[in-house]
Design a protein around this ligand. Structure first.
Ligand SMILES: Cc1cc2nc3c(=O)[nH]c(=O)nc-3n(C[C@H](O)[C@H](O)[C@H](O)COP(=O)(O)O)c2cc1C
Length: 410
């Protein structure tokens, strides 16, 4: 790899970047091997999505949003979704070995970043932080090899809905701000099941087909619509669900390798994911989810199941730099998190919980007790500063994230 002039400013280093490709998620998944932040209720909100996007997480999901509330009430839109013009990252990516290199990557459908095509009447629908999205830069200014392309990441909104009507209204409202929507078919909680959402859809393939088809009809065939499923102990059920979803025209499929009744302490069933991938039979790309804690798990998931996208949930909560091949949360991630949370705003209980997840492995038993007793964001920051965290001294907010490990070390 060519060397970098360490004395150069960012402006000088990044002056020659090519125009990035903005691809729909299905194209990203078909031709590359993206890493994905799973939808996480309460946790995959804007500051955390932005944080992981600095560390080789190319596709991020919002938390599950109730489509009915979102389409009906402004208050729900404000509380459930916020985004920023610069939350999507920029990445050097190599075409995957399995991708058909004769098939030129199509830059179709969502050609624009939302900021390129702002409609004024959507401005007050949600909380939208405007920044200069062109300030986002990849982790290194140097093209890693001749096949590498510069690619912009994707943001997907996940909805839960028991019917088509709420789902399509919600899709339409959120569409200017995201690159696609995902239908939750995996939430195992009893209240959700009773409402006819999440796991309740796993055994309602016709309803899922109708919902996807309705989104397609309203939003057009270019709009990305995916589903996130759990595997079923009865493989025939998984097969029927997938066939219906394919028939309705899903853009890609996300598979969590646990059944509805399995707790997350059970190991992920890679064979179950592989079965779903084989059922899809290459008609759309797939992402695999479950027990991604290390970079080796990422590689293993791709090798054992045939998915191109790898989705992590608890692993990223514990170590947001997981996809950049860090084995535990580096201190600059904590610094970035504090900067992003204070700039965007994040309520204390969430701020506190994220820090506890990230630092869990570094705390002694006593420190854990102390940390859990803190009752404000400033108390948590003071506490960390007293233990040597120097989060204010980074060379600019994004400094360490750009130079993620393995790409550039200083
Ligand atoms: C705190 C938390 C919140 C979650 N929220 C959602 C959600 O909103 N939608 C969803 O489809 N799955 C949700 N899940 C499930 C995860 O997306 C993922 O499928 C599951 O945790 C398995 O991945 P893992 O083994 O990497 O944690 C949640 C999981 C956790 C731990």
């Amino acid at each position: 790899m060519p060397s970098v002039d360490f004395d150069a400013t960012d402006e000088q280093l990044y002056a020659e970047l090519p125009e990035p490709l903005t691809l729909p998620p299905s194209e990203l998944l078909s031709h590359y091997e993206p890493n994905i932040l799973a939808p996480l209720v309460r946790c995959s909100k804007l500051p955390f999505r932005h944080l992981v996007s600095l560390y080789e997480t190319q596709i991020t999901h919002t938390p599950m949003i109730l489509a009915e509330e979102f389409s009906r009430a402004q208050i729900a839109r404000i509380s459930d979704f916020s985004t920023s013009s610069c939350e999507r990252g920029l990445y050097w990516m190599n075409p995957s070995l399995n991708s058909n290199s004769n098939k030129k990557v199509k830059q179709v459908i969502r050609l624009n970043h939302p900021e390129d095509d702002r409609k004024n009447d959507t401005n007050d629908l949600i909380t939208y932080y405007k920044g200069n999205y062109q300030n986002r830069i990849p982790s290194t200014p140097i093209k890693p090899n001749k096949n590498s392309e510069l690619i912009r990441g994707n943001l997907i909104a996940q909805f839960a809905s028991p019917n088509s009507k709420s789902l399509i209204d919600a899709c339409e409202l959120i569409s200017p701000f995201v690159d696609g929507i995902d239908l939750n078919c995996g939430c195992p909680q009893r209240w959700a099941y009773n409402e006819g959402i999440g796991c309740a859809l796993l055994r309602k393939p016709e309803l899922v087909r109708e919902m996807i088809r309705s989104v397609r009809d309203r939003m057009g065939w270019g709009w990305s619509v995916s589903i996130k499923i759990r595997i079923d102990p009865d493989q025939k059920q998984t097969e029927t669900l997938i066939r219906n979803a394919l028939q309705a025209g899903i853009s890609y499929l996300s598979i969590h390798g646990r059944t509805r009744h399995q707790p997350s302490t059970d190991p992920v069933n890679l064979e179950g994911i592989k079965f779903a991938v084989e059922t899809v039979n290459g008609q759309v790309p797939c992402t695999g989810n479950g027990d991604i804690w290390t970079y080796e798990d990422v590689i293993n998931m791709r090798e054992k199941t045939g998915v191109t996208g790898v989705m992590a949930a608890r692993g990223l909560l514990a170590n947001p730099a997981l996809f950049s091949n860090y084995s535990s949360t580096p201190s600059h991630v904590v610094s970035q998190f504090i900067s992003l949370s204070t700039s965007y705003g994040l309520i204390f209980p969430l701020f506190h919980r994220h820090l506890a997840y990230m630092l869990e492995n570094n705390f002694t038993k006593n420190e854990k007790v102390w940390f859990n007793c803190l009752s404000s964001s400033s108390a948590a920051i003071d506490w960390l500063e007293n233990r040597g965290l120097d989060w204010r001294s980074g060379k600019g907010g994004m400094w360490d994230g750009r130079r993620s490990r393995g790409v550039l070390t200083i």
